[in-house]
Write a protein that binds this ligand. Structure first.
Ligand SMILES: N[C@@H](CCC=O)C(=O)O
Length: 553
């Protein structure tokens, strides 16, 4: 597929490796044509690939490596050079070299805001080239199996995000304001200030979208980040960093580490980043919040819900959105629909059988259903069996392991599954925790409610501990008003076409109701997560004529 040539690559490339070069056709500097050191199609047990670390501007290996198995057949196909506790010193030094006032700020090296506008322009353009976008789409599919369209969605969102921060848009992120003071010469100015050294920890499910959007936000605002992506998928970001280097990203601006959690914890402890952004499970998020004494922002998982309101319409469309929300990417989106409340008016429709038909269309061959990377088949089936012990509950569809596959047993593989649990049972103390336990796979709970039970539904939502996405599917304004006014989820879709997943770069995406909540994507998210407020109060005089020292106060 690609035309391979051996070139020197970017300055940061320390080992001679095959560089993939086929991204010509645009009138860009020569260096923009070559960045990739792997061929997404060819990585295999026979031809394993290697992932390096980047520190102080150099790509480095490690004596320690973590072997990643192909989620579709169990072959050892990627070797990730993982830094161990003895190897963190260069990362500690690199991060510690950045002062608290950052690499740039409105009073220091402002030309870097423009540089990042240029880098974004070039990187967006690179991602728009069909060969480059196909390369990343396929690479994502290899490590985090999902359909081509779902993987391409990540690349597309990333490209559009970069387009949003071309030209002067990075400096506009650091826009300040001024307020007149009390006397001549006094004015207060509010500035967006970087944190300086920062850390970014991102999960396996969006190998490109989450790390790029957070990383660029951190850089735009003048921070120096160390980035750690789940080793299972870090090959994607390793290649993306190489692309960014060819687009002008200074090699010293970002460190990239592969390690286990314990080593990362030690690095955070010793390098003491001023802020850490964590995207991932609530369990790890809570531990990190303690370890880092609260200097953290979180985009943790959620048990995301959808309510179908009393106005029944567009059954096919709504069934399709439900199927996408619950089962695309095999349910491994932090925004995936985990609990569906259906108003009794829908009981006369064939919504459930339509949901079943759509779920049963999904197949492993095109990855519309596939391996579950953090929950085994047995765990999911055990959970299902416990739910089925609740009186009145029943299996609507799914509930069986996938057949005829070679997905290794460390990963899960089940058919898209839905379990009905009666509302009155969900809210019982003895069941609530079990029913709202998040299963990061193709698994959802379905229930129904009467108009008179809406307050019970709202109570159930109030009791949840994470509030990421939600959907209120109704065009009844009074119903929307009541549900929105009594809930808190940070990204809530409202109306006939409401969904829980698929947030593009133009939506704020993040949890609400938690002061540690982070956002991703929009200018507001970048400013909130990656900068703090600094006020400079100019008070230059003149001191009034005839001023005298007043009595002490
Ligand atoms: N855009 C993705 C979420 C990315 C996560 O931060 C979604 O909406 O599922």
């Amino acid at each position: 597929m690609f035309n391979f040539v051996v070139t020197r690559g970017v300055r940061a490339s320390s080992s001679p490796r095959i560089i993939c070069s086929a991204f010509s056709s645009f009138n860009l500097p020569r260096s923009l044509h070559s960045f990739a050191t792997v061929d997404a199609e060819e990585i295999s047990g026979y031809k394993p690939s290697e992932v390096l670390n980047l520190v102080q501007g150099k790509w480095v290996g490690s004596s320690n490596s973590n072997t990643i198995v192909d989620p579709l057949n169990g072959e050892s196909f990627i070797k990730v050079a993982e830094v161990d506790e003895n190897g963190i010193q260069p990362f500690v030094e690199s991060l510690s070299s950045c002062p608290k006032h950052g690499v740039h700020n409105p009073f220091k090296a402002p030309e870097r805001y423009l540089m990042y506008g240029d880098i974004s322009t070039k990187a967006a353009h690179m991602l728009s080239l069909p060969k480059v976008s196909d390369f990343f789409t396929r690479l994502i599919q290899r490590v985090s199996p999902k359909s081509y369209q779902q993987a391409f969605g990540e690349v597309y969102v990333t490209q559009k995000f970069l387009e949003n921060f071309c030209g002067d848009q990075v400096r506009f992120l650091a826009r300040s304001f001024a307020v007149p003071g009390n006397h001549l010469g006094q004015q207060s100015h509010g500035f967006r200030w970087p944190y300086g050294p920062v850390a970014i920890i991102t999960p396996f499910n969006f190998p490109l979208e989450i790390p790029v959007l957070q990383l660029m936000g951190a850089l735009y605002m003048g921070n120096k980040p160390v980035l750690k992506v789940d080793s299972k998928v870090s090959i994607v970001m390793e290649q993306m960093l190489r692309l960014l280097h060819t687009c002008g990203l200074p090699v010293e601006d970002v460190d990239f580490i592969n390690s286990d959690g314990k080593t990362m914890n030690k690095l955070l402890h010793e390098a003491n980043p001023r802020m850490t952004l964590f995207t991932g499970s609530s369990r790890v998020a809570e531990k990190l919040a303690l370890d880092l004494k609260g200097k953290i922002k979180l985009e943790d998982a959620g048990f995301d819900w959808k309510i179908l309101g009393p106005d029944v319409q567009q059954e096919d469309y709504i069934a399709w959105v439900c199927d996408q929300d619950a089962y695309a990417c095999s349910g491994q989106k932090c925004s995936a629909q985990s609990l569906l409340f259906i108003h009794e008016n829908w009981s006369h429709t064939s919504l459930i059988s339509k949901l079943k038909d759509l779920a049963e269309r999904r197949k492993l061959e095109d990855l519309t259903v596939g391996p579950v990377l953090t929950v085994t088949t047995d765990t999911m089936l055990e959970h299902m069996n416990k739910l089925l012990e609740i009186p009145g509950s029943k299996l609507l569809f799914g509930g069986q392991p996938l057949k005829d596959h070679s997905i290794p047993s460390i990963y899960g593989a089940i058919k898209p599954t839905a379990i009905y649990v009666p509302l009155e049972e969900i809210v019982k103390d003895k069941n609530y925790e079990l029913v709202t336990k998040e299963i990061f796979g193709p698994f959802q709970i379905v229930t129904d409610y009467k108009s008179s039970q809406l307050s019970i539904v709202l109570d159930a939502l109030e009791r949840m501990h994470a509030h990421l996405t939600a959907a209120v599917v109704s065009n009844d304004p009074l119903f929307l008003q009541q549900v929105i006014g009594n809930t808190v989820n940070g990204t809530t879709y409202a109306g006939l076409r409401a969904r829980t997943t698929g947030a593009p770069q133009n939506h704020w995406f993040g949890p609400a109701g938690d002061p540690r909540g982070a956002g991703i994507g929009t200018p507001e998210a970048i400013k909130l997560v990656w900068s703090c407020h600094r006020e400079i109060i100019y008070d230059i005089g003149p001191v009034p004529k005839n001023w005298e020292i007043p009595p002490s106060t």
